[in-house]
Design a protein around this ligand. Structure first.
Ligand SMILES: [Zn+2]
Length: 120
């Protein structure tokens, strides 16, 4: 299962980015996820929960920023988005297009529980 290794990767990234004694305070891990990253958000979320359950990251969960599939036409310079991976320009029918986004799979932010919330 692809999502399992991706979830393991995310765990590793968090553990490398956050000091050991603060790992238990991690609440949200933000992940940029392109439409064509090849990863299903729900599966990834599930795998992350399974992997982190027995670790200091048990209280952390993933939050996804979904990135649409976007393409720019080299002929008319228009950009367009779709969810089906369509590469031909809807404006001029040009096939010389460049993928701008949609393949992202990247941890962008790690949020820790802040001190104020802890005292409540
Ligand atoms: Zn075009």
């Amino acid at each position: 299962m692809h999502e399992l290794s991706v979830a393991q990767n995310i765990c590793d990234i968090v553990q490398q980015s956050v000091p050991k004694n603060e790992l238990a305070d991690v609440r949200i891990v933000r992940v940029k996820l392109g439409t064509f990253s090849g990863v299903v958000a729900d599966s990834l979320d599930f795998c992350f929960s399974a992997i982190s359950a027995e670790t200091p990251l048990a209280k952390a969960h993933l939050e996804f920023e979904h990135i649409p599939f976007a393409v720019r036409c080299n002929h008319c310079q228009k950009t367009f988005e779709n969810d089906i991976g369509f590469m031909v320009c809807p404006e001029c029918g040009g096939a010389e297009t460049v993928i701008l986004s949609g393949r992202e799979l990247q941890v962008t932010e790690i949020e820790l529980e802040n001190e104020e919330e802890k005292t409540i």
